[in-house]
Structures are given as C-alpha cells and as structure tokens.
Design a protein around this ligand. Structure first.
Ligand SMILES: [Zn+2]
Length: 416
C-alpha cells in the first residue's frame, strides 16, 4: 500500500530512476548489464519498453530495424510529428543511464501528459533505438539511419561478432529486412527530433548545473602516425647520433596535446602507441600511434589536423626520422537546430537554471538526423562524468528537472 502511494506521489524523476533500475536488470548476461543490438536482452527490453509506452497512452509497434516506436496521437489528428528518443542497446558491462535515460524520460513525459488528459497539436513519437553503440556490428546508428533515410544497405551483409549477418540477426529478431526502406520518415511531416542523454563528461557537474543544451555533436578525424628511425644498441650509439623513433613519437604526442589545448572546444587524443619489436636494450627503430581529434566546429578540427601534420613533419626532420600521418575515418560535426535549442534554453532558464550550452564529444542517435530534420539535445549531469561503466549515475532530482523541462518544451512548441 505504501509503495503504491509512493509511486503515485513520487516525482517523475523518481519514477524514471526506478524504471531505469528495472530496465538495467534486462541483460544478455547475468550479473551485469550487456544488451547488444538484436540480442536476447534487447528482445526483452523492447517488450518492456513497449509495455510502458502502452501504459503511457501510445500505440506501439516494433519497426523493420528493431526500433520500438510509440505514437501518441495529435489533439486534432494533425499530420505533424515530434520525435523523442534515444537507445536501449548498451556497451558491455554498461551503466543503466546511457541511452535508456532518454527513452524512459520520453515515455514518462508522454505518460504525464496522458494521465492529465493532455494532447499536443502534433503527434509525439517516442523511439527506442537499438543500434547506437556499435558493439555487435562495426557500423552504428542503424536504427536512426533507417528513419533518417541515410542507412547504407550494404551494412546488411556485415557480419557481427557472433558470425551472423545483420540481415540474419534482424530476421531472428522478427524483423523484415526487405521492408527497411519503408521506415524512412517524411521530413516535411517531422517537426524534429529531441534527445535527452547523460552528458558522459564532467562539465555540468563541474559547474553545478543539472542540465545543459547541446550545441553540436563533434566532428571527428581519426588517423595513425608511423614513425621510422634507426634501431640500435642501447649501450653503443651516442645520444647525438640516435634516430630514436619512440622519443620522436613522444615529442609528437606532446605537440598534439599542446595544439588541442589552444582551443577550448578542441580535444585530441593519442590513445594507443605501439613500439614494434621493442626491447629494453634496443633504441626503438619504429613507433606507431593513433590520433583522435574532435571539435564541434569542422574548420577548427581541420585546421588542427593541418597544424599537427606540420608539427609532426618538423619534429621528424629535426630528429632525423621519417613520419607519415594516415588519415582514416572522418565525420563532420552534426550541429543542433538553433531554433529548437533556443526554445529548450528558454525553458531551462524558466526553471531558474543557467542555460549552459556545450558540445557533445560522444556520438548519439541524433546525429543520424543531421541535415534531414531539425534536432536538439538536452544533457543531464552525470556523477564524475563517468559513463560506459556500471558506476554511471544521474540523480533522480536531476532527471526530474530534465523530464519537466521536456514536458514544458512540448507545451511551449505546441502553443506556437
Ligand atoms: Zn548513448
């Protein structure tokens, strides 16, 4: 009896936090949360989410790519739709907030409207995407890209880590891959896409803010650098005569870091360095390292890549080694819609919270909609900036603010 009362009188944030615990128990493997796209945990999670959507007054279907789509019809049966969503797949040994927070918050916000008999002048579709993390298959954002109409259909033949193709995995999940193209949205009927997500970084916590408005999802350049010098005996080659590839690579790494520190939005990481054939008593003859450079501004990123390339060449020349930068994957920044973001910022401010704007260094489903429909994102503070980790945490109080901001946002854009 008491529990029922608590549920009835609890905040939206408390209800969402409780449901996130329930959802996190749905896993491919016992003891921790691992929910890969189209796996057994995904199947059960989709059913649970569909159940919550029905309770919240939505008509529910699972589409041809495995997205759970709940539709809350418009007041006057109007043709326009606002989409809300995030993902329910996870990394291995995940936290319970990444992705799920945006899905459950959207459901509860629609549920709150439903319980008070409120309809909007547009339909609201809540979408639980299933393929954001890119763990099972190499390519990512399959669920969102099918809707956005920019899915690469060659990816259907991609073989996942369990040996099944994406096509076979879809069939096993009960989806019909031949109908994928039918799921593409009509941009002229979509008002936009809104995603609530944990920040996965420390900025909001550092500034004492519960939520923030995303400006853009960073563009990224990845690459590798191959440095070749001359291997030699650690005891016999005098210091001035060495062509030490690892020492050169170390200086290059520091130059990368120094360049990134010049701009507040730019981040650059050397995440991996290899010294082939290394030994304690040998001067390293070669070194290999990775580069990952991100910024919400494409020009800032491409300028940095050009500068880093020059610095690497200068260091190599001075040290008598050769260095080659191979650029691999590149993606442009996905810029959030100014109008939707400004409306979101105004709502945040109306709750007495400074409308902090910040870029996202991590990718999200929202980026699939870049240049297709307008999109905006609301970040929620997470403890220590920790994510992709069972220790991931956002407080019920912060989640409650995010939910109320989203509900007020729906009201406001509906009254225009
Ligand atoms: Zn996520």
């Amino acid at each position: 009896m008491r529990a029922t009362q608590a549920a009835d009188h609890g905040t939206l944030g408390e209800t969402i936090a409780a449901r996130l615990i329930e959802l996190a128990a749905v896993s491919d493997e016992p003891g921790h949360l691992t929910r890969l796209y189209l796996g057994p945990g995904h199947r059960k999670a989709a059913d649970l989410v569909a159940h919550w959507m029905r309770e919240a007054g939505m008509a529910v279907r699972i589409d041809a790519v495995g997205n759970v789509v709940g539709r809350y019809r418009a007041r006057d049966g109007g043709p326009l739709t606002l989409m809300l969503g995030s993902h329910i797949d996870t990394v291995r040994n995940a936290g319970r907030f990444d992705g799920a927070l945006g899905v459950v918050t959207a459901i509860e916000v629609v549920g709150a409207a439903f319980r008070s008999g409120k309809r909007f002048p547009f339909a609201v579709e809540v979408i639980a995407f299933g393929d954001e993390e890119g763990v099972r298959f190499a390519s990512t954002l399959g669920g969102a890209r099918i809707l956005a109409g920019n899915f690469n259909h060659h990816a259907l033949d991609e073989i996942g880590e369990d040996g099944l193709t994406r096509r076979a995995a879809l069939k096993a999940f009960g989806c019909d891959p031949s109908r994928l193209s039918e799921e593409a949205l009509s941009p002229d009927r979509a008002l936009g896409y809104i995603e609530v997500h944990i920040e996965q970084g420390p900025l909001l916590e550092n500034e004492g803010l519960p939520v923030g408005i995303v400006t853009a999802i960073d563009g990224v350049t990845r690459g590798t650098v191959e440095v070749d010098g001359v291997a030699g005996h650690a005891g016999t080659v005098p210091m001035p005569m060495r062509k030490d590839a690892l020492a050169a690579a170390a200086e290059m790494l520091l130059a990368v870091e120094e360049r990134a520190r010049e701009r507040s939005n730019l981040v650059a990481t050397v995440g991996k360095m290899d010294v082939p054939g290394s030994a304690a008593n040998t001067i390293p003859g070669s070194a290999r390292f990775t580069l990952d450079i991100r910024s919400p501004f494409d020009a800032e990123r491409t300028d940095a890549v050009a500068d880093i390339k020059e610095k690497i060449a200068a260091i190599a020349q001075r040290r008598g080694v050769t260095a080659r930068l191979n650029v691999g994957h590149q993606a442009a920044a996905a810029v959030c819609d100014q109008k939707l973001s400004e409306q979101m910022a105004q709502v945040v401010e109306s709750y007495g919270i400074a409308p902090r704007r910040l870029p996202s260094g991590a990718g999200h489903d929202a980026m699939a909609f870049d240049k297709v429909i307008p999109f905006a994102m609301l970040f929620v503070r997470c403890r220590g900036g920790v994510s992709h980790n069972p220790d991931e945490f956002a407080s019920p109080a912060d989640i409650d603010i995010a939910a109320r901001v989203l509900l007020t946002f729906l009201d406001r854009i509906g009254s225009r």
